[in-house]
Design a protein around this ligand. Structure first.
Ligand SMILES: [Zn+2]
Length: 111
């Protein structure tokens, strides 16, 4: 019996695989499939991302920034402005993804 088959048998007997995903300012409890539970051992950030509705890269960015979206404008030196978008901090994963993809501006750049 493979590890996944074992977990599937446990699941069929009412066992659930619940994880506390590192989130903004704490953790969020999420239910994992047996396949995800196994993958947690080798690629936890990918599983965290799936549980939060994000890709692995987006999960890493969202968690590292604590749900912050940075200004879309360039500075005079041609670098991306590192100020936060107005009301663009502490966002939950789906709100963060939406705002990051639509872009926005900090106070200095007219946000
Ligand atoms: Zn800016």
């Amino acid at each position: 019996m493979t590890e996944v088959e074992l977990l599937k048998q446990l699941e069929s007997k009412g066992c659930s695989f619940i994880i506390d995903v590192p989130s903004v300012g704490g953790f969020e409890s999420k239910l994992l499939s047996p396949e995800q539970a196994i993958r947690l051992l080798s690629d936890k950030e990918s599983v965290y991302g799936e549980a939060m509705g994000l890709s692995k890269a987006d999960y890493v960015e969202w968690h590292a920034s604590q749900g912050s979206v940075y200004c879309s404008e360039l500075t005079a030196a041609g670098k991306r402005c590192r100020n936060m978008v107005v009301r663009g901090t502490g966002l939950r994963s789906k709100e963060w993804l939406k705002l990051r993809d639509s872009g926005g501006y900090c106070k200095t750049h007219g946000g």
